[in-house]
Design a protein around this ligand. Structure first.
Ligand code: PLP
Length: 441
């Protein structure tokens, strides 16, 4: 033990770990005890290079002093105050700072505590807006196969990942899905946005033919992350936007991953050139130092809902911790870093190097696709016969033991490092991964 080591817990049993193989983990625990800059450290002090920004969230790197100090300072000023029919200054300041970064015209911000809550909040805003504008029949929500919008009943229902749904039986009744945009036969090894698949957005026409004017909103991730990195085909979002406009349907972007610089602009909407009506965010908002999510909406949506009620509460929704002072302080400090260090600019400066390194993986055994956008990469491996996910999981464990944190979903390796990454880190991540994939061939 040195002064930077942290004792291992002696009881792993009580914590029911989320999205985890509890039995395996507790037999072979891999613990992260400390973090700084690009690195995690195990309890014994072994360095693990963070290839995933935690869970796509520590965009400015770990342990940023400015954020830590802002949280400490705020805790001493105001630990908590409600935001139901009351307010505290820092929540308003944080909302204004978020609105400065969101696309023009999306200037109203509702705070939540997570991406899942942001997804459910966005869906509820869409329903409330349609009702307030006299379209109360619009109760249907459309998602996309392989979409991930968190684990609330709304986000899970609109989401399109089978294993996330099958344990829970019936979900929201009025939900339908667009087809996913993964076309490996045409698009494998695309760099950035793939050429083929814009026409998949046209499926919304079929849903309108089927459901008439009962669709309130369509929700998609601009670049789908958790499902294994699916980059929108060229022209796809443009078509989806046009069809939503044509049919009076709101377009919601789930920007929980693509927000705060990940693909080289403040939000994915900007880089991809198509703006939504509503956007969700979380993760990078506070650099993950305190849980916080948010939903930004077009001004007309806010105004219609607020003006739709003569007096009293206009939107029957909110969380005890909406705009929590510590989260608001962390968000402001994180946004300061985002702007001052031009994190989106850093992504654009290194994304070409990142792309080349990702696509060099093509030569490794069993690599069947590589996809990338901004500082995201997905490397898809051929599943082992009869054991889907096993190859990637073994690669994950091998990389961890070799000092690099990657993330796997099924047989896809998903990489999303802190945006402060430099070229030697890129080399180490892909070098270690290359080695691990060879050893698991
Ligand atoms: N939406 C997207 C696009 C996500 O990637 C995630 C989490 O990875 C969520 C929603 C859910 O966020 P949370 O885990 O903070 O609830």
């Amino acid at each position: 033990m040195n002064e930077l080591s942290v004792p291992r817990p002696n009881n792993l049993d009580a914590f029911w770990m989320p999205y985890s193989d509890n039995k395996y983990f507790k037999g072979t625990p891999r613990l992260l005890a400390r973090a700084e800059g690009m690195n995690y450290y195990t309890p014994e002090g072994r360095e693990v290079l963070d290839g995933t920004a935690g869970l796509w969230c520590c965009n400015a790197g770990h342990g940023r002093r400015e954020i830590v100090e802002a949280i400490q300072k705020q805790a001493a000023i105001l630990d908590f105050a409600p935001t139901f029919q009351l307010g505290h200054p820092i929540a308003f300041e944080a909302a204004a700072r978020v609105a400065d970064l969101t696309p023009d015209g999306l200037d109203h911000v509702f705070f939540t505590n997570s991406g899942s809550e942001s997804a459910d909040t966005a869906l509820k805003i869409a329903l409330a807006y349609q009702r307030a504008r006299g379209q109360a029949q619009r109760v249907r929500l459309v998602g996309r196969e392989r979409g991930y919008h968190g684990v609330g009943f709304g986000g899970m229902s609109v989401g399109g990942i089978g294993p996330n749904r099958k344990q829970f039986g019936a979900m929201l009744p009025y939900v339908d899905h667009l087809p996913h945009t993964h076309l490996p036969a045409q698009n494998a090894f695309s760099r950035g946005q793939p050429e083929h698949g814009a026409n998949l957005a046209d499926h919304l026409e079929s849903l309108v033919a089927l459901h008439g004017d009962t669709i309130a909103a369509v929700m998609v991730e601009p670049v789908a992350g958790s499902t294994g990195v699916l980059v929108p085909p060229k022209g796809y979002l443009e078509r989806l936007r046009a069809l939503c406009d044509k049919h009076g349907i709101l377009l919601i972007y789930d920007e929980v991953i693509t927000g705060f610089g990940r693909i080289g602009t403040h939000f994915g909407a900007e880089r991809l050139g198509v703006a939504p009506d509503i956007m969700t965010m979380a993760k990078g908002l506070t650099n993950a130092a305190v849980p916080m999510g948010a939903v930004a909406v077009r001004n007309e949506i806010y105004q219609t809902i607020v003006d739709g009620t003569q007096a009293g509460i206009e939107f029957f929704h909110g969380y005890t911790y909406s705009g929590h002072p510590l989260a608001a302080a962390a968000a402001i400090a994180a946004i300061d870093i985002h702007v001052r260090e031009d994190l989106p600019g850093r992504v654009r400066a290194i994304e070409g190097y990142w792309e080349d390194a990702a696509h060099a993986m093509r030569s490794a055994p069993n690599v069947i696709d590589v996809r990338n956008h901004g500082l995201i990469a997905g490397i898809e491996l051929a599943p082992r016969e009869g054991a889907p996910g096993d190859r990637a999981m073994r690669v994950f464990r091998r990389c961890f033991d070799e000092g690099v944190l990657i993330r796997v979903t099924g047989d896809i390796v998903a990489l999303s490092p802190p945006l402060i990454i430099e070229k030697p880190h890129v080399d180490r991540i892909f070098g270690t991964l290359q080695d691990a994939i060879h050893k698991e061939a």
